[in-house]
Design a protein around this ligand. Structure first.
Ligand code: BES
Ligand code: ZN
Ligand code: ZN
Length: 495
């Protein structure tokens, strides 16, 4: 897909549509971008009172002549209230209304005098809005048809800003990879399929190396928790390591760990109807860290990042692991299985302990669709953030703000730790129902020792039941933009 910039609006090439931003006006909305000779074509539409420039409003016009067969006026709301997320969401909403066009011209508002944010940030938000909305998935949609756009021209943008647009394009590609993985049927997106995606990244980028442990190796490495969770399935577990080295001489190393449960039936503690239908998305965290590596490698960031994806299908059957079983984790602690539906924390515990012991990470972030409790607490709009390190938590919150992928920090309340005690093992994988997201996080914390660590519980945000703005139905790709922004900040800090 081509992303282009053309400074002089009159010099743009034709496309199927041009999107033109407007601020809300009392009588007639005020164009937020230079109109040039388009002003005439718009006069009738603007005086019709069908469009006032409010957020969420659009007006589609079919001009008799001109370079585009469609003009779409896009309301940005009050000029003084404009934010980057307004741009992202409104350009996304507008793109959705035009659905399935292949060439789009998009006018860039002159935000220079607003000073709330830079033109770079505006360009990023606009490109993200358009490209995140240019994604269409149903079970029948071929991969090649999931995106319609072949060219996006930013009209009224000095070509020197094009690098920001291209950067956002790469990030959106990562988001869409994550979405594809979440959306695919679990019989296709198996642990071995995720492993192949990891290997594909190594083929695409010289800077990426991928290692996969099969079920025999998982057992030999003594990742008994991962092995146990995967045991009941015909599709065996995999442990996937994708290493990106963008700063080979630096010892700084960020570890990302993503939950890769390709289907969560709940196991012997079977999930009820109503809770099971979307569980092909239970590898959302794994998909997020793979999408992040794809973006980071495409952007050639000068830092080292490894993604670990412990992956298994939590199936039900006579070979499945059972409540009451006790397993020795990779870390060495024994774990009593109180509930086979609390499987995510088990496979993450082995991956976290493996990463901390073998990869000398400077910091660790795990991403997981971990608990129903976080959905109850925060809904579909925010993910839970837990961390043993305030500075790391603040960095992530800053990136959350910058990308509008929302996080809310929740406590690793120390006195709850004893509720995870077991009579027959060192720990149990569940405690009470109340405060469930905290117990899951406390369980993970006990496997990272003292390394700066943060945990994102994306159970509510990874999979969406309604389409709105940049959020599609089904797989959202939550976390990729946030993690890339955070890693870019780390890169800048270390430079
Ligand atoms: N995969 C689920 C969590 C989940 C719930 C993800 C809703 C997405 C949407 C996880 O493995 C799970 O089942 N957790 C249990 C834990 C309980 C048994 C302690 C839960 O949250 O109910
Ligand atoms: Zn579960
Ligand atoms: Zn799960």
């Amino acid at each position: 897909m081509d992303v282009l910039a053309i400074g002089d609006i009159e010099k743009r090439k034709g496309a199927e549509a041009l999107l033109i931003p407007f601020y809300e006006g009392v009588k007639t909305p005020r164009a937020a971008a230079p109109l040039g000779s388009l002003a005439d074509a718009l006069r009738a539409g603007l005086s019709s009172k069908d469009f006032s420039g409010k957020r969420g409003e659009t007006l589609l016009l079919y001009p008799e002549k001109g370079k585009e067969s469609r003009l779409l006026l896009v309301g940005l709301g009050k000029e003084g209230e404009l934010s980057t997320d307004t741009l992202r969401q409104e350009y996304a909403g507008a793109t959705r209304k035009l659905k399935r066009l292949s060439q789009l011209n998009v006018a860039v508002p002159n935000v220079a005098e607003l000073r709330h944010f830079s033109l770079e940030d505006a360009v990023r938000a606009i490109v993200e809005g358009v490209l995140l909305a240019d994604y269409h998935w149903t079970l029948e949609t071929e991969k090649s048809d999931r995106k319609a756009l072949t060219s996006l021209t930013l009209v009224g943008l000095d070509p020197k800003f094009i690098s920001h647009a291209k950067r956002s394009k790469e990030v959106c590609e990562g988001v869409c990879l994550t979405r594809d993985l979440i959306n695919g049927n679990s019989y296709e997106v198996s642990p071995d399929y995720l492993a192949k995606v990891g290997k594909e990244l190594a083929r695409r980028f010289d800077s990426v190396e991928t290692t996969v442990f099969d079920e025999k190796r998982i057992l030999r490495e003594k990742m008994h928790l991962l092995y146990a969770v995967g045991k009941g399935s015909k599709r065996p577990p995999r442990f996937i390591q994708v290493c990106y080295r963008g700063a080979p001489r630096s010892k700084d190393h960020t570890l990302l760990v993503g939950k890769g449960v390709t289907f969560d039936t709940g196991g012997t503690n079977l999930k009820p109807t109503g809770a099971i239908e979307t569980m092909r998305g239970d590898m959302g965290g794994g998909a997020t860290v793979l999408g992040t590596i794809a973006a980071v490698a495409a952007l050639n960031l000068k830092l080292n990042v490894t993604a670990l994806v412990p992956s298994a299908e939590n199936a039900i059957g006579s070979d499945s692991y059972k409540p009451g079983d006790v397993y020795t984790s990779y870390h060495g602690k024994t774990v009593e299985i109180g509930n086979t539906d609390a499987e995510g924390r088990l496979i993450l515990a082995d991956a976290l302990a493996y990463g901390v012991k073998n990869l000398e990470p400077t910091r660790v972030v795990d991403v997981a669709t971990l608990t129903g409790a976080v959905v109850v607490a925060l809904g579909e709009g925010l993910s839970g953030l837990f961390s043993n390190h305030d500075d790391l938590a603040d960095q992530l919150l800053q990136s959350s703000k910058a990308t509008s992928e929302l996080l809310w920090r929740l406590p690793l309340h120390a006195s709850y730790r004893e509720l995870l005690k077991s009579e027959i093992a060192d720990v149990r994988n569940v405690a009470g129902r109340a405060g469930g997201a905290i117990f899951a996080a406390l369980f993970l914390e006990s496997f990272v020792d003292e390394v700066p660590w943060a945990h994102l519980d994306i159970a509510g945000t990874s999979f969406s039941t309604k389409e709105k703005g940049t959020t599609p139905k089904n797989g959202v790709g939550f976390g990729v933009r946030l993690l890339v922004d955070w890693l870019e900040n780390l890169e800048k800090r270390d430079a």
